[in-house]
Every structure is written in C-alpha cells, then in structure tokens.
Ligand binder design. Structure first.
Ligand SMILES: Nc1ncnc2c1ncn2[C@@H]1O[C@H](COP(=O)(O)OP(=O)(O)O)[C@@H](O)[C@H]1O
Ligand SMILES: [Mg+2]
Length: 283
C-alpha cells in the first residue's frame, strides 16, 4: 500500500534503558514506511553504531559519520548513504560520538546543533528517525530538540510500570532543562512474549496507565529480527513473511496515521497553547 507523501516528521526513538528494541524499531519502522512509498532517513546517534551495522554498513564504512557532521568536519549531504538492501537513507554513527558530550559541552548551540543540521535535509524526507543512545546525554537532548514527537519503546520483559514512570520523570527533566516540550507520539511495546510470566499483567498496567498513548500494535519477540540485524538488512528484506515483518508493517501504518494527526493538531492554535503549557508526564 502506498501512502501519500507528507510534511517531514522527525521522530527520536528514545528510552534511557538499553537493549529494549530502540535500534530494531528505528531500522524496521523506517524500512516499513519506505516500503509504503515514504522517503525516510535514519540517523544513528549511538556510538555503539548498531543501527548503521543493522542497515548493512561495515565498520570501515562509517566515515563520514554524524559525528563529523556535528563537529563541522563534513556536510550533512555528503555523510548520508543510500543502502543496497533497503530503500532507506542512513546518516551513520561512529565511535567518535562517544566524545560528543565533551566536544559539545562549551558550544553555544550544544542543544540545537543537530536540529540546525537536519533543517538542511528535512525537505528531502517524509520521516526522519533518530536512533538515540541509552542515556540522557547531550546527543539525546539534541534529538529531543530536533524531534517533532517522541517514540518510546518499552519492553514488558525488561521494564515494569515503575520504569516507565521513571522514564516519564527523565523526559520531564529534559524538557524542563531545555525549556521545551516535545510531545510523545506513542509508547511501543517491544519484544512481547506472553509465555514469560507477568508479561500480560505488565502490559495491561501500561495500557491502563497510558491509555491511547500506547500504540495498539505490539512487536512480538521474534528471532528473525535478530538475524536480519546480523545480516545488515531490514526484516522486510530478510524475512518478509515473519511475525516481525507483520508487526513492523502494522506499526508503520499506525505511526503514519498518528504523524498525520500530530501535524494537524500542532498547526492548530488550540494545540499550540497546550504545547506551551506542556505536559508533565508521558500522557
Ligand atoms: N522483537 C524482538 N524479538 C527478538 N529480539 C529482538 C526484538 N527486538 C530487538 N531484539 C534484539 O534485542 C537486542 C537489543 O535490541 P536493540 O534494538 O539493539 O535495543 P536498544 O537499541 O534499545 O539497545 C538486539 O540483539 C536485537 O536484535
Ligand atoms: Mg540501540
């Protein structure tokens, strides 16, 4: 199904916990939207470079990276790659990103540099996904400033409700320190395996507490997603008939719909006053 083109939407994939499916979501959601005819860029902001490797780059292909762009050593257009296996563009990470906090610390634009750099390429894309590191570093704050709305993966296996509430506090602190309120597009349940004890209870708690903020699509636990990442391809290129492909295709439709609604509401006066008031948690 081809979806009509839209104004660009930049979505940070954010959670200060690691290993809960951020990178897998950035890569496969991007590929799902690309397969529906959207133009999509993935920006890898993690010095672990997992999104870059998962999309098929090797370690000796990472230069120029987003670090070179952020530190003024490369133009953003020159650092963006097209890929062999998937119709997605990639701005790769590199190990130097680990120094970003130190390098940016004294810069006047330390919170806004990424947003300014992405301004140049935003007109080229329908969606830009920012794969964030598992920390509240300056890079994550840059992603929040550059983002139109946050997408927050949550794994019921690793994160009970208290963890989600804590994440809400972290996001509130970041919003306060930036004096800016990036809304939450949605919470995404990842690596869902109902065979694991308590999974059902944790999911129902999260759904009760956060209501419609939680995407109705759940990403099931599926080892095909691990294999696709190891092969440097999206799940659509590697295993198009897998549960992971079905789930990320369903998520792509849901994200597209929410992004449309978000664009409409953020351009209306009522919504912008709500935007100024800000929200104090993920709801
Ligand atoms: N739905 C899933 N089913 C099975 N394995 C998954 C799933 N999502 C992610 N993984 C695997 O779990 C590990 C951590 O996922 P990743 O997306 O890298 O998390 P993060 O970016 O939050 O650190 C990776 O090996 C990834 O392939
Ligand atoms: Mg990651």
């Amino acid at each position: 199904m081809a979806l009509p083109q839209t104004a660009p939407t930049t979505l940070p994939i954010l959670n200060n916990k690691g290993g809960i499916g951020k990178t897998t979501t950035a890569v496969n959601l991007a590929a799902g939207l690309a397969r529906a005819g959207q133009t999509v860029l993935v920006v890898d902001l993690d010095s672990q470079v997992s999104a870059s490797l998962s999309l098929g780059l090797s370690r000796d292909q990472l230069s120029p990276s987003v670090a070179d762009v952020l530190f003024g050593d490369a133009n953003v257009e020159d650092a963006i790659r097209t890929l062999d296996a998937d119709p997605v563009d990639l701005l790769p990470a590199s190990l130097d990103l680990a120094n970003a906090d130190v390098s940016l610390f004294n810069a006047d634009d330390r919170h806004h540099r990424l947003a300014r750099l992405l301004d140049e390429v935003e007109p080229l894309y329908d969606f830009i996904f920012l794969d964030c590191p598992p920390s509240t570093s300056l890079l994550t704050l840059n992603a929040m400033v550059a983002g139109d709305a946050l997408l927050i993966p949550v794994s019921p296996a690793y994160l009970a409700l208290e963890g989600v509430v804590r994440l809400g506090e972290v996001i509130k602190q970041a919003r306060d320190s930036l004096n800016q309120t990036t809304p939450v597009l949605g919470l995404l349940l990842t690596m869902v395996d109902r065979e694991i004890e308590n999974t059902e209870a944790v999911i129902s708690q999260i759904r009760t507490y956060y209501g419609e903020k939680v995407f109705s699509t759940e990403i099931r636990h599926d080892d095909s997603l691990v294999r696709a990442a190891e092969q440097g391809r999206s799940i659509f290129a590697q295993s198009p008939a897998s549960p992971g492909a079905d789930d990320y295709a369903a998520l792509a439709s849901e994200v597209y719909e929410r992004a449309q609604q978000h664009r409409v509401s953020s351009s209306s006066p009522a919504a912008s006053s709500q935007h100024e008031r800000g929200t104090t948690d993920l709801r």
